[in-house]
Every structure is written in C-alpha cells, then in structure tokens.
Write a protein that binds this ligand. Sequence first.
Ligand SMILES: C[S@@+](CC[C@H](N)C(=O)[O-])C[C@H]1O[C@@H](n2cnc3c(N)ncnc32)[C@H](O)[C@@H]1O
Length: 467
Amino acid sequence: MHQLSLPIDEQRRVSGQNYYERLVALLAADLDFHEQNGRYASHNFHAFPAKFPAWLPRTFITELTEPGATVLDPMSGSGTTILEAFLLGRRSIGFDIDPLALRIIQAKVTPLEAREALHLMHGLVKRARSAVETRRTALQERLNRRWDEATRQFVDYWFAQETQIELIALLEEIEAITDAPARAFFELALSAIIITKSGGVSLALDLAHTRPHRAKRVLDKDGAVRIDDTNAAESRRIKNVTKILRSAFDEFEKRALLNIRGLPPTDNAQIPPAIQFGNAQALPLDNNVIDLIVTSPPYASNAIDYMRAHKFALVWLGHPIAELSNVRQAYIGGDAISNHEFEALPATPADIVAAITRVDPKKGRVLHRYYSEMSRTLREMLRVLKPGKAAIVVVGSSVMRNIDTNTAECLAAIGRAIGFEVPRIGVRRLDRDRRMMPAGAVRNHESQIQQRMHEEYVIGFYKPEAS
Ligand SMILES: C[S@@+](CC[C@H](N)C(=O)[O-])C[C@H]1O[C@@H](n2cnc3c(N)ncnc32)[C@H](O)[C@@H]1O
C-alpha cells in the first residue's frame, strides 16, 4: 500500500522514533505522490512551472513540525510550501524575486468571502462586456496610454487586437475595485488566463518551454481565420502553428469561478504567512529561527526561464518590459556570467564543472555560477535553521553538453562542506502529465541520462545540534 496516502495519524506510527530517524524514514518512503490529489484549496489558482506536489511539503511539515512552528521557503515559487504550512496552522515565511510568484502566493493565502467575490465577479464581467460594445474608442485610448514603446511592441506582437480590448476592459473594472485583496485576487485570475501551458488568450502557442512560439494562423471560436502569416511549409503542418482564439471574458469567468471555489477559509485559526520580495542568497532573517525549510531551487543551466513566460501577464499588471528584463538577471541558475562571484567548490561539483568546461568553457562558467549561488543559498539555510532541524530541498538534474549536472549529489556535497549532515537523498518519479516541465526533461528516450531527467531528488539537509 502507498505509505504516504495513509491518514496523517497513521503515517506518524510508521515513522521513526526521534526527529533524525523520522527524517530518514520520510526520505526513504514513496515520494512520488502520484495518487494523492493535490488539487484542493487554492493550490491551482495559477499555473507555475516545476511546482512540486502539495503532498510533498504537507508530509514533511506534518511529520517534522508541530502547529505554531515556523516553516520557510526561501524560493517559494507559487507558494506550495507556504500554503500547506498556512493550512496546517504553522507560521510560514516565503521569499522570491519573481513579482508574479509573489502575487500568486499572496492571493492563495488571502481569505475572501466567496459570496462577495462571486458578486464582484459577475458585476465586473458584465460591465466589461458592455464597455467593449459601447466604449471601444475609450478603451483603445486607454490601451494607447498604458505602455512605453518597448512594452507596447511586446503586447502588439503577442496579443490579438480584440483580446487587448477585452483584457483592458476587464482590467479597467478590476483596477476600480477598492478592496486590495479582492483586486489582487482578480488580477491573478486575469494573469491565469494568459499563462497556461498553451499560452492562454495570448498568441503564444506554448508557454511551458523556454522559448514561446507565436501562432502563425489564428482562428476565432467560430473557425473564421483572423490572422494568417503561414508560408507553404507551415501550411502543410498547420496544426503546429494554428491557435483558436478564445474570448478573454469567457476564460476569465471560468477561471475566477474555479478560484473562488478554492478560496482559503476566512476563519482566524490560521497564522497569516509573511511573504516578501527577497534573495535566497541573503535572507533578512536572524540566526537559528526556522523549524523547517521545504524548497525547490531553479534548475541548473536556466532550464526554465520563468520570466520569459511571466512577462506575458506582468506587462498587463503594470510592469514595463525593461524592468522585467532586469529582474531576470537575478534568478539563480541564469546564464549570464559577468559580475558574478564564483565560489570554491567541493570535489563532486568541481569535477563536473571541470568536465563541462573542457567541452564548453562558457557552459562550465554557467554551471559554476549555479553551484556558487546554491552554495550561498545553502549557507543561508544553515544559518537560519534551528540546530537539530532540517531543510528539504527538491531538485532535478540538467544536461549540459550531454553531461548530467548531477545536481542532487553536488548540492549534497556542498551542504556537507558547509556543515550540514545529509543523511539521505530520496528519489521521486515525475508525473509527466501534470507538471509544466522544461523541454529537456520530458523527452522520451530511454538512455540513463534521459531516465534521470524523469526523476527528481529530495535531499534532506540536517543541521547538527552542536553547530
Ligand atoms: C522551482 S521554482 C519553486 C517552485 C515551488 N516549489 C512551487 O511549488 O511552486 C524556483 C523559484 O525560485 C525563484 N528564485 C530564483 N532565484 C531566486 C533568488 N535569488 N531568490 C529567491 N528566489 C529565487 C524563482 O523565481 C522560482 O519561483
């Protein structure tokens, strides 16, 4: 029987005696969580690449902390750890540098009255639909005033004219909502209809992979051709380049309804999480204050370019394109190598960096940057954790120049070098149907290296009592 699908109290019985033994037992258990339904509460407010299953943080939080304990995710992403800690009555602290991630987490943990939200939603969609009929020129002027030139060009390239009018009509109504949490909730629903695997209401065909592609042929929902930029070769494989444009109003209504159903409870039993912009390599926290960390850093080698997809929605939410390009530079795992501090690495990561450097010096530097950033991040985790407590770090491997980056073994070696004990690395098989994964992680080859791309590693870092 799937051990971790047992009710929480039963799980406690199968776990070990003391904290360290429980940690090891959890890492040795089945960590796939394919059978557990993670689509509860607000977990699915918004798509997010490489988010981990809700049951992963849920299990470690339940087993390794008591209610009221403080749980940290220094790279919170869409906030799976933060929401679970919140639902389980723990104090939680989340950091990220991605403005969309911060918006997603905040909306997921902000209680709203469902009836009130429903009422607001019906009113705003009705008024927005009517504005498109009666005030099209005013909406067009609003669009013209909204952006600087670079952002305007981006929007014109990636959004059909009709979609732009519908989105601005919705935004005009959303921005008029005076209650800030309700406004943030609906802004996020609007973002969620743009950022989907298939590019949502934008002209992008695909936002799950690193480089989005724009549809060459666009049909409206009745099948009429709205845009046709195909050449002869493309029109032969028309399925790969065609997109059916959906109504932003219909999509928004569906998404907002779904999210209203997942709203977090409005009772006061939970402790509101502290969610902040913050760099995982320099945490604004005191020493020895955290009971548990559950986190997953970006992949090595910039395998998921978060900002490339996120800017599709963020430009609508008031972020100019130039600002977003600057944020992109600060992501762990980025591929720029000038102005970065490179750290001395222990043997395991140093050997892999050297092997990649021999075939591609630039890629070698990129990987060295990643392990340097992760060294600083792990040092921060060690500093803020209470002695005798653990950090659970979930990572996948990347392939650079046909060499496996062995990310889990390398991070474990870095962790040991700075003072963590690493009692065990758990393995989980990815559920490829459910996650937005980087392109390289989902190819269907059976080579050993490709096999490893279908796995993820759950590293247990333990801060010894005496440190
Ligand atoms: C794999 S995702 C986390 C997914 C998360 N576990 C979830 O379930 O949604 C990694 C996150 O690290 C964030 N990140 C990248 N560089 C960062 C930095 N320097 N400080 C804090 N967060 C960072 C990215 O913005 C991204 O949201």
